[in-house]
Design a protein around this ligand. Structure first.
Ligand code: ADP
Length: 260
């Protein structure tokens, strides 16, 4: 049985086709989230990747910020549940998930069967989210995917003292004007995001194993800084940004099986 998960985010659309709820048969990830053409295009690309047609799909579940806008979905599921299901599928030992997406950050606790026990979320402030990195990458004219390469070359990470993205933006510009080395500045930016998210994570009991999900998981500069700040190693999967879509496809499978 094929099921389909679509995660329509604030910045990116992610899709996964799953076979029998336990095998990733196809996937897609496209820049452009809610309100753009990307969700529809991501659906097409994932089906093409899995060599399936719409009529082959037994159920579709939508998650993410734009989940209510996807009319072809049989189910709409919260991102918290989907990130939990997706992360637990990839890492069966995971108990704490730190999800940093384009406009929010969440810390999710799971029990030993992968069910959500607790969560905390920052969706009020861009600092400590992918948005902060996107703004800074734009100032530095560096693609967001290359920030980690610069961060790895830092000798002495800069200190970004502003907690507000708008003030931090001015601070970064004045540090640039002062002639700071770019790698040191980028490392400071990654540390700043990690500092904000670790403060959120410390309000929940962090039980290992710990993994990251969401797009920012791909940034090793943030991952390493976060790991140091919370005092736990952080599991990484190249599927991290797809965890929500994987979870949605698993949710659709579980629902369909129960209905049969
Ligand atoms: P959303 O679901 O809100 O669209 P995502 O979980 O897809 O959010 O994450 C989007 C964020 O991930 C972007 O704001 C960006 O900062 C970050 N990101 C995307 N691609 C990369 C990459 N290759 N390396 C590092 N960070 C990335």
């Amino acid at each position: 049985m094929y099921t389909f998960g679509i995660d329509i985010g604030s910045t990116t659309s992610k899709c996964v086709v799953m076979k029998d709820g336990n095998q990733i048969a196809g996937k897609s990830l496209l820049t452009g989230g809610i309100g753009t053409r990307s969700p529809a295009e991501a659906v097409r690309l994932a089906m093409e990747d899995a060599h399936v047609q719409r009529e082959d799909l037994s159920a579709i579940a939508a998650t993410g910020y734009g989940r209510t806008r996807y009319e072809d979905a049989d189910y709409q599921v919260s991102e918290l549940s989907c990130h939990g299901l997706g992360a637990f599928f990839i890492f069966p030992g995971v108990r704490t998930i730190i999800d940093i997406g384009g406009q929010d950050a969440k810390v999710i606790s799971l029990d030993d069967r992968g069910r959500m026990k607790n969560f905390l979320m920052n969706d009020k402030c861009a600092a400590g989210t992918g948005r902060f990195l996107d703004v800074m990458a734009n100032i530095l004219a560096i693609p967001v995917g290359e920030l980690e390469t610069y961060s790895a070359q830092a000798k002495e990470p800069a200190r970004i003292s502003s907690t507000c993205t708008v003030f931090a933006e001015s601070e970064v510009i004045s540090q640039l004007a002062g002639g700071i080395e770019i790698p040191d500045l980028v490392a400071g930016i990654c540390q700043s995001v990690a500092g904000r998210v670790s403060a959120l994570a410390k309000r929940i009991s962090i039980v290992p194993e710990v993994c990251m999900s969401g797009g920012v998981a791909q940034n090793a500069g943030v991952r390493d800084a976060l790991s140091e700040k919370i005092g736990h190693s952080i599991l990484f999967s190249p599927y991290a940004q797809l965890f929500g879509a994987i979870g949605a496809a698993i949710y659709a499978y579980d629902k369909k099986i129960k209905e049969q």
